[in-house]
Design a protein around this ligand. Sequence first.
Ligand code: ADP
Ligand code: MG
Length: 302
Amino acid sequence: MRIAILSRNESLYSTNRLAEEGRLRGHEVQIIDTLHCYMDITTSSPSVRYDGKPLPKFDAVIPRIGASITFYGSAVVRQFEMMGTFCLNESVAISRSRDKLRSLQLLSRRGVGLPRTGFASKPDDVKDLIRHVGGAPLVIKLLEGTQGIGVVLADSNKAAESIIEAFMGLKANILVQEFISEAGGADIRCFVVGNKVVAAMKRKGAEGEFRSNLHRGGTATLVKLTKEERATALNAAKVMGLGVCGVDILQSNRGPLVMEVNSSPGLEGIEVATGKNVAGLIYEYIESQAQQPINTRTKGKG
Ligand code: ADP
Ligand code: MG
């Protein structure tokens, strides 16, 4: 098959791994810099131009859209959808997953377990907001944060109040969330491909750190999921409409709680921790899906 990987940087581990694995499987793989794609969006025969010429017709596109270029990146994916190309994740689902509030609202509406969460832009009554999500300890998150940056633990209501007010002063949108202390500074990353969790790892924060992000010094080990955790991850992926994603779960006393769903999950951590060829499993999915007629509600629409 002829396959494009949309990625800003071909030296990234995941981009490289996907390219290498695709070539090993006999596919013709091209890495395309998303921001260098340009297109005429008004023509009746949509195409994508790159480097002075139209791109060839691809059988499948693997979008690896970084958080900083979601807006342009999802428009490029949408253009490929309009050309009838199979895209591993749909543009609508990618932009949906990047909006934390929209994601949490969708997941909550469909009954997926979540930590109790409030959000605010300019609350007149910060004390009431804090009370409303159950009081300290609380986690306060910047809406635009990634890799654990912008996630703060407030031990007391007083601390929570000052942090919220500081963020408000910076005009930042925030999430105020119940702190799941029994998770013990760990979370579970479930890697979903199609309708299967193909690999899962437990990430544990460094000593004294409640954030388990590998970028913050966390370590990852293989984990066996419970039935409930597996079902929760699959349900979250389905609600988000993502073919491939990483679902992050906190283990709480009242069962698995979804923290976030990532539409471009990294391969390095999960392949090393589980010893699984996750890139290969992604291609198995692409090979089975790209043969089918594209038939979804949202393709190329939103
Ligand atoms: P980011 O998008 O920056 O990764 P997350 O929401 O995933 O932000 O939070 C980073 C880490 O902080 C998580 O991986 C988890 O270990 C910890 N964490 C986040 N929210 C909570 C919570 N409500 N209770 C306990 N730990 C949390
Ligand atoms: Mg995270």
